[in-house]
Each structure stands twice: as structure tokens, then as C-alpha cells.
Ligand binder design. Structure first.
Ligand SMILES: C[S@@+](CC[C@H](N)C(=O)[O-])C[C@H]1O[C@@H](n2cnc3c(N)ncnc32)[C@H](O)[C@@H]1O
Length: 291
């Protein structure tokens, strides 16, 4: 039975484990998981529509897990302790415009992160109808310093929606195959969160953009104050490298002390960036920093 997971979850898997990034309708997972029942397939896709469709389709498959979330989040925080034997990315969004380049997967940092989440003899296939994208992904892997491989045309049929579409339009399909050659270093900014205490709340936080250390940013979107003034909700987005935390912070009082913490209903990861945001909010609320 296929299960759906969140990107920071760990769950039991039987090795070997292969990963598909951006599975779309689940065409490839459907095909390979039936062909290789002894392999566990993990698919990650950030679109809920894709997750639902693939789940319906693969319902009875025992060797497939679907993760709903961003692949950066999953590779940093999900399925800890597991390393992938093979990784596939079939027709990822190429973001061809220069100003959208930062949205592309397979930049140098991504290859470094992949190197710490894959087996020693792992290989990664990046497949696309966009030659520039495959070339770009390959160049970044080589610059990362822990991959080697090649770029080629491919006759192989992965059987996905996008492959069918591009072949119908007479396009060629290219692939970069990268083999792991050592391990790069990649630091995951994880920490144990300290919940700040505030002696007295003397000031409200105002919506706006606030810089945080290490190039992170806190963007306060909304502030809601309880009628009695005993509780406050702050909706914010924190961008920290490749991570985006979407958080409702709760400011509340216990006796004489106030606390500010991320609500459990938010989507956040316990990282240094989040800690900086908490500390800054505490400073603002106590009036030590100008909001
Ligand atoms: C162009 S579609 C390709 C789908 C499928 N592989 C195919 O060949 O038909 C790209 C897929 O990647 C997913 N995706 C894009 N960026 C992602 C990210 N950062 N993390 C996880 N999934 C992502 C999208 O939601 C979408 O389903």
C-alpha cells in the first residue's frame, strides 16, 4: 500500500532505495516499481495535485513511498540515515530565463547535498528535452567536485507524460548521467530551538522585511492581537538559503513571562535561520529593537 509522507519524516524502508524527484503523474514510478518489486522507490513532488494523482494510481504498490514536499527539504530532513542507490529526475522544470535560474534544481549546492544522501556507487540521471538544462546540470555536478559522468541523447523510454509530449512534438531527449566520486561537504543548518522568554511585551511587531544573520530574511506578513492582549499571532515567512519556512508564531503569557514560539500547525524546520527569527521577534516584542 503506497504511503504519503511529509518531507521531514523518517519511515522504514527496505534497501536498496531509489529516488525520483518530481514524479508528476507517477508514470515512471508505476513502471519501475512493477518491474523491480525488490527495490523501494521514494518519489518526491511538491505539488499536492501530483501526489494525489500518483497515490490513486499506485495505491496497491507495496514498494513505493510518496513524499509531498520540496526536494531540498526532503534531502535535508527526510528519511534520515538512508542513502539512495539511484536518483532520477525526469523532465524537471528547466526555468530557462536567466532571472529564474535560482529556481532550478541541480545547482552546485544541490549536487553537494545529493552527495551526502547517496551511496558510494550511486548514480543520478537528469533527463530533459532542454539541452542547455542538462548541460548546465552536468557542469554544476563537475564543479561541485564529487561527481563524474557524461551527457548524451537518450533513446530510452521513461514513459512519462512529458517525455511523450516532447517526443510527439519531434524533440530530442537528453540525459546527464553522474556517478558519485567521493563526497562533497554540505552543511544542514539544523539546531535545537531555544524558545525565547520575554519579561514584558512592550511593543507590537509590524509587518515588513527584516534581515537576519547569514543572509536569511524574516518577512512578517500579518499580526493578530487577542482582544485581552494576552496572546498574539504573527504570520511570517523566513527564507534561509534554499529553505522557506511558513510560520505562524504564537506569542503567549504564562504567569509573568511571555514566550514566542512557532505554532505546531506551521511548516517549519528547526534551523539556525528559524532561531534567528525567534530571537529577533523576541527583541522586537520587548522593545529592544525598533520594529
Ligand atoms: C515538468 S513536471 C515532470 C513530471 C514527470 N517527471 C514527467 O516526466 O512527466 C516537473 C515535476 O516536478 C515537480 N517539482 C518541481 N520542483 C520541485 C521541487 N523543488 N521539489 C519537488 N518537486 C518538484 C513539479 O511539481 C512537477 O510535478
Amino acid at each position: 500500500m503506497v504511503r504519503i509522507h511529509l518531507p521531514d519524516e523518517s519511515f522504514p524502508v527496505v534497501e536498496p532505495v531509489e529516488l525520483e524527484i518530481g514524479f508528476g503523474r507517477g508514470d515512471f514510478l508505476d513502471k519501475v516499481s512493477a518491474l523491480h518489486p525488490h527495490i523501494t522507490y521514494v518519489g518526491v513532488d511538491r505539488s499536492w495535485g501530483s501526489v494525489k494523482r500518483a497515490h490513486r494510481r499506485l495505491k496497491d504498490r507495496e514498494n513505493v513511498h510518496l513524499v509531498w514536499g520540496d526536494v531540498w527539504e526532503f534531502l535535508m530532513f527526510g528519511l534520515r540515515g538512508v542513502r539512495f542507490h539511484r536518483v532520477f529526475s525526469l523532465f524537471p522544470d528547466p526555468w530557462p530565463k536567466r532571472r529564474h535560474e535560482r529556481r532550478r534544481m541541480f545547482n552546485e549546492d544541490f549536487w553537494k547535498l545529493l552527495s551526502i544522501r547517496t551511496k558510494e556507487d550511486a548514480h543520478v540521471s537528469v533527463v530533459s528535452d532542454e539541452r542547455f538544462f542538462v548541460r548546465w546540470a552536468y557542469d554544476n555536478a563537475i564543479s561541485a567536485g564529487c561527481w563524474w559522468g557524461y551527457v548524451s541523447y537518450t533513446e530510452r523510454r521513461f514513459g512519462t507524460k512529458y517525455e511523450e509530449r516532447w517526443l510527439r512534438e519531434g524533440k530530442r531527449v537528453y540525459q546527464a548521467v553522474l556517478l558519485k566520486d567521493g563526497e562533497c561537504s554540505f552543511r544542514i543548518p539544523e539546531t535545537t530551538l531555544r524558545i525565547p522568554k520575554i519579561k514584558s511585551v512592550s511593543r507590537e511587531v509590524k509587518p515588513g522585511h527584516y534581515p537576519l544573520p547569514d543572509g536569511s530574511h524574516l518577512s512578517v506578513k500579518e499580526v493578530v492581537v487577542d482582544r485581552d492582549g494576552d496572546k498574539m499571532l504573527i504570520r511570517a515567512v523566513i527564507s534561509e538559503g534554499y529553505l522557506l519556512h511558513k510560520v505562524w508564531f504564537v506569542v503567549f503569557r504564562r504567569g509573568d513571562v511571555w514566550y514566542v514560539e512557532p505554532s505546531r500547525f506551521s511548516r517549519f524546520f528547526p534551523t539556525e535561520g528559524l532561531q534567528h527569527a525567534l530571537d529577533l521577534l523576541a527583541e522586537m516584542l520587548s522593545g529592544r529593537t525598533r520594529p
